[in-house]
Ligand binder design. Structure first.
Ligand code: ZN
Ligand code: ZN
Ligand code: FE
Length: 757
């Protein structure tokens, strides 16, 4: 009998060349029938004759287009229709809208070849794309993902582009951003007063930009998800100027190189790191310096640099003019504000920073920053998850309700859950200023609109002062169910969600600060945790944080507080600090000095005690410099003899912060160098962590560990703890797809929400 099947494929299967792929595959496999898009994904009616379907299905899974992600394939038998050929049919609308929106993807090799081919009609056209590459998330306004629902709506295709668009054999079949210099978006080069200098001529714009960069100019270039500021990375004066104008004294700048060889020439690149650099997502990857090439001002005091390869045609174009050049490519913003992505806004905000602007006349509907990753061995970790990764969904268990989680106020991302997926928004930065609130509100609505989402419950942090908490208050007042989640519980459950862990874990969350259930600021948490609940099993001892959470920039204050706790008012090492007495007084009278047990703050304070940092200009600056010192002071002998910090044998174990600080001071007094002491500090925390984990394993019969929290961005600490836990036969899990820092809070929140509702 003639068999016929209906195959439903869900996932990121639209706008990525799925139908032409199925069309070609069906022809190869001699299958008759049709393929079409509907609002839920792709449907195939397949009539294989008397042959089995296995090889067809296997090939769909194995050979699928590069940008696509298959979430599920359902196969059911249907009536035989007797199709004569295999063809692509018109899209159908269903009443369900379960669209998966593809992320933005770097220029593919085929487009790159055409871009540089003089004979091609898109030679040097900066918006060359095909079904395998180009913008998606950053241009989409609505679903289904058709041209009229994107920012390409403003550009009717010329006949040549349309012919490609309508030809199933063509690489640009139904490629929504398809365009050429005759019909598509164009570049314009402006001076800082928005006077146009060169219009449309991409070749001349690239040369002009290259020359200006060589001469020390700062050029704002509109990229995929917003404006980037480009500066020659070997030009001290230009970088100094950029630092002053951007209000960024310390925070390292990301680099862009034209080729992997250039990167390998001055930075250490492992196989894994190379894979990340060359991946189509093209993230910024943190790499250790091998030899000096770029200015020290790129990342003052640090031996790691963040670097990426070009991902849009215009970046390739500039680097084709000088292959070995290294450019700073940093988000177009002032200090911690959101990236500028709207042209008017960019010209307003970046006017005093950039000497020139390269804009284009297509709207960015959702901004993204460059994603940032690092690798240890074979494992990759996120510091920032944005361009090219968002909005790829996290597959999850089915939720009955539409849930929305607002995340945390630092490095914010929010999350939506519907059916069996969770969507984590792009990195939205710190919600500390009106520009941050505005972007949050805008994206919060944009995502809900795109995913046809009507939230029934909202999940937020416990922190009474967070902007994200106020958003939840508002939604609760509108009648939504509301759940508050403890910050570190959310961190831990984000790991459980990623790794599909359903049983209890020992969650170790080493973090900046998060609001605790007892009103103190937590951040050195060992929580015996399920998805619904937790028990606080251990933490470091609390100390006062003079100035509170907002005073994280004055790390010297934390240093004094830690010394005061260990030694009383007669403090060693920092006794000459000018305003010491004011701080001691604040602590004594308990003025704006909330109690905290955050490891992040212990790192800050220790950096101050060791004289490495006093005041910082960027979050985690002191901790990064302390890590750098420790890398220099690293030795096997110290590692072996690492101090086990004394801890209480009480129901909730408390590790003595004072004993750690006393040990640091003693080490210095014994004549060890700052670097050696910094390493001892890391090694002691690592050793103590593993010892406590061992006690908790016995006490609660749990062998699974979930590591999380921003402090694990410290590569040395992460390696020490991870290695030792693994050697001690723990099953160790950590965020690999969501950021290690507060960028994963919303993922944890929503997973907790799912388990409670
Ligand atoms: Zn392409
Ligand atoms: Zn055209
Ligand atoms: Fe956190």
């Amino acid at each position: 009998m003639q068999k016929a099947y209906k195959i439903r494929i869900k996932g990121i299967v639209q706008g990525v060349g799925f139908r032409p792929f199925i069309y070609k595959l069906a022809k190869e496999e001699k299958i008759k029938g049709i393929v079409l898009n509907d609002t839920e994904g792709v449907i195939i009616y397949a009539e294989p004759g008397s042959k089995p379907m296995d090889s067809f299905i296997e090939k769909i899974k194995k050979e699928k287009p590069p940008v696509s992600i298959i979430d599920s394939i359902e196969i059911s038998e249907k009536n035989f229709e007797g199709y004569k050929t295999f063809s692509i049919e018109k899209s159908r609308l269903t009443d369900r809208r379960a669209a998966f929106i593809p992320p933005d993807i770097s220029m593919c090799a085929d487009c790159e070849e055409e871009f540089f081919s003089k004979a091609d009609f898109r030679h040097h056209y900066p918006f060359i794309t095909c079904i395998n590459c180009g913008p998606r998330f950053s241009i989409i306004k609505d679903i289904p993902y058709d041209r009229i629902n994107t920012a390409m709506d403003a550009f009717p295709m010329c006949s040549r582009c349309r012919t490609e668009y309508e030809d199933p054999e063509n690489r640009r079949f139904h490629s929504q951003p398809n365009a050429c210099s005759r019909c598509g978006p164009q570049l314009t080069l402006y001076d800082s007063n928005k006077n146009p200098i060169i219009d449309k001529d991409a070749g001349r714009i690239a040369e002009f930009t290259f020359n200006k960069l060589q001469n020390g100019s700062i050029v704002a270039i509109k990229g995929t998800g917003g404006y980037l500021l480009a500066v020659n990375a070997e030009d001290d004066d230009a970088i100094k100027r950029l630092r002053i104008l951007k209000g960024r004294a310390f925070k390292p700048f990301a680099l862009m190189c034209g080729a992997i060889d250039t990167i390998e020439d001055f930075l250490h690149v492992s196989e894994k790191e190379k894979e990340l650099l060359l991946s189509r997502e093209r993230p910024i990857v943190l790499l250790r310096i091998k030899k000096k090439k770029v200015s020290k001002l790129v990342a003052p005091g640090l031996t790691y640099l963040g670097v990426m390869l070009p991902y849009i045609p215009f970046q390739h174009h500039i680097f084709s003019l000088e292959k070995d050049m290294v450019l700073i490519m940093t988000s177009g913003n002032i200090s911690e504000e959101p990236i500028a992505y709207d042209d008017e806004d960019a010209f307003g905000r970046l006017k005093n920073i950039a000497d020139y602007f390269i804009a284009y006349n297509r709207e960015i509907t959702a901004p993204t920053d460059d994603s940032v990753m690092f690798a240890i061995g074979d494992e990759a970790y996120f510091i920032r998850r944005s361009r090219s990764f968002v909005p790829v969904p996290f597959k999850s268990v089915t939720s009955k309700k539409h849930l929305i989680a607002t995340g945390g106020d630092i490095k914010n991302s929010f999350a939506l859950a519907k059916e069996d997926i969770i969507i984590l928004s792009q990195y939205l930065g710190d919600l500390a200023a009106p520009s941050g609130y505005e972007l949050f509100d805008k994206m919060f609505h944009h995502f809900q609109h795109l995913y046809d989402f009507s939230p029934e419950a909202v999940i937020a942090d416990m922190h009474p002062g967070y902007y994200t908490t106020k958003i939840a208050d508002k939604l609760e007042a509108e009648g939504l169910k509301r759940i508050n989640v403890q910050h570190h519980h959310a961190h831990i459950v984000s790991v459980m969600e990623e790794h599909k862990l359903n049983d209890e874990v020992i969650g170790i969350s080493f973090d900046g600060t998060g609001y605790g259930t007892d009103g103190t600021l937590w951040g050195s948490e060992f929580l015996i945790s399920t998805r619904r609940d937790f028990l606080r099993a251990a933490h470091f001892d609390c100390f006062p944080l003079p100035g509170g959470e907002k005073a994280i920039y004055d790390v010297w204050k934390t240093g004094i507080s830690l010394l005061q706790k260990a030694f009383g008012n007669d403090i060693p090492l920092m006794s000459k600090e000018n305003n010491k007495d004011i701080i001691l007084d604040m602590i004594e009278k308990n003025i704006n000095s909330p109690l905290a047990c955050s490891i992040g703050r212990i790192f800050d304070g220790t950096a101050a005690i060791l004289g490495i940092s006093r005041s910082i200009s960027a979050e985690a600056e002191a901790a990064m410099l302390l890590e750098e010192a420790a890398i220099k002071g690293c030795s096997e002998k110290i590692k072996k003899n690492a101090f086990v910090i004394p801890y209480s044998d009480s129901n909730t174990i408390t590790v003595s912060t004072s004993a750690l600080i006393k040990y640091i001071v003693e080490t210095i007094n014994k004549g060890y160098t700052i670097e050696e002491t910094a390493f001892m500090f890391h090694a002691s925390i690592a050793r103590t962590t593993v010892e406590i984990a061992g006690i908790l394993r016995e006490k609660y019969s749990v062998n699974r560990i979930a590591l999380c929290g921003g402090v694990f961005q410290n590569k040395l600490l992460l390696s020490l703890i991870r290695e030792s836990l693994t050697n001690n036969k723990f099953d160790v899990f950590i965020n690999n797809h969501a950021p290690l820092n507060d960028g994963s809070i919303a993922l944890g929140q929503i997973a907790i929400g799912k388990s409670l509702l």
